[in-house]
Design a protein around this ligand. Structure first.
Ligand SMILES: N[C@H](CCC[C@H](N)C(=O)O)C(=O)O
Length: 275
């Protein structure tokens, strides 16, 4: 049964997007692994499945290449918003995830802004394995130490470093992702503060590894940087794949603005998704 898919990316963070609003598309862990595989499948950082939304305009299910489900994916949320806007002819909408309702709008030509919801700062919200000060975690690996942590609906830890490019992220990334303090694992950001309005960031993503961009990671990094007094409430977050503009509003919500792109459309055998 040929099933259409979209291959999209936001600042180089790439996705296979399937539409299950008309017909169920069960995806097993093996199916997600196959689909995300850059040699045997289509290849992607995450698999996104569109579903009918009980409250929003569309529900997005977020699966990592290892089959784990995530509570947030900022870059994919912009891509889903673009699909929604093309379908409705509107420039606003609400995307629903397991973490809540995310208002979306076209903020400028070629740019979409998502209200990613509130940053969650409590240790149980990240979550952490035990009570701790989320502004300064007692965690180190190699040359990095003392991260801040928060949740954007998914767990993030941010290390502030001199140069994210001078670190062996392929070595320290997985060790930190699986650190005992993170019972659900965590996405790990390595951030250089260039100025109070400019951050350079690389992210080792939970369940995915190094990606060219991480939208929720950019949000968590700005929040953690402001909490540390290192930036204002708004900054350009420069990732390897592109730059996102992040604002931490006084009401606690985090706005993320950035680009989207449709790389290609394709068809696949849905039976392979649930093998
Ligand atoms: N790996 C993340 C999900 C994708 C996040 C990222 N692609 C984004 O744009 O926010 C997690 O397991 O929480």
């Amino acid at each position: 049964m040929p099933t259409p898919f979209r291959k999209m990316h936001g600042a180089g963070n790439d996705f296979v997007i399937l539409d299950a609003r008309q017909t169920p598309l069960p995806i097993s862990e093996a199916g997600a692994r196959w689909l995300a595989d850059r040699n045997r499948g289509v290849g992607a950082d995450q698999i996104i499945r569109l579903e009918n939304a009980p409250d929003g305009d569309v529900f997005m299910r977020i699966l990592n290449p290892d089959g784990s489900e995530a509570g947030a994916c900022g870059n994919a949320t912009r891509c889903v918003a673009r699909i929604l806007f093309e379908e409705t002819g509107s420039e606003t909408g609400v995307i629903q995830t397991i973490s809540g309702l995310l208002p979306a709008r076209v903020s400028a030509p070629g740019l979409i802004e998502i209200d990613m919801g509130p940053a969650r700062l409590g240790w149980q919200e990240v979550p952490l394995a035990h009570e701790a000060d989320t502004l300064h975690l007692d965690l180190s690996e190699g040359a990095v130490s003392d991260p801040a942590a928060c949740s954007m609906g998914n767990p993030h830890a941010t290390f502030f470093v001199d140069d994210p490019w001078a670190l062996p992220l392929d070595v320290i990334g997985p060790r930190l992702e699986h650190a005992a303090i993170f019972p659900d694992r965590a996405n790990i950001g390595f951030a250089q503060i260039v100025s109070p309005e400019h951050i350079r960031l690389r992210v080792w993503e939970r369940g995915a590894g190094l990606t060219l961009a991480c939208g929720s990671g950019a949000c968590a990094t700005l929040v953690n940087a402001h909490r540390r007094g290192l930036t204002g409430r708004r900054a350009a977050v420069e990732l390897p794949g592109g730059t996102l503009t992040i604002t931490w509003r006084e009401d606690g919500h985090v706005l993320m603005e950035g680009p989207t792109a449709l790389s290609f459309m394709g068809e696949l055998d849905a039976a392979l998704l649930d093998a």
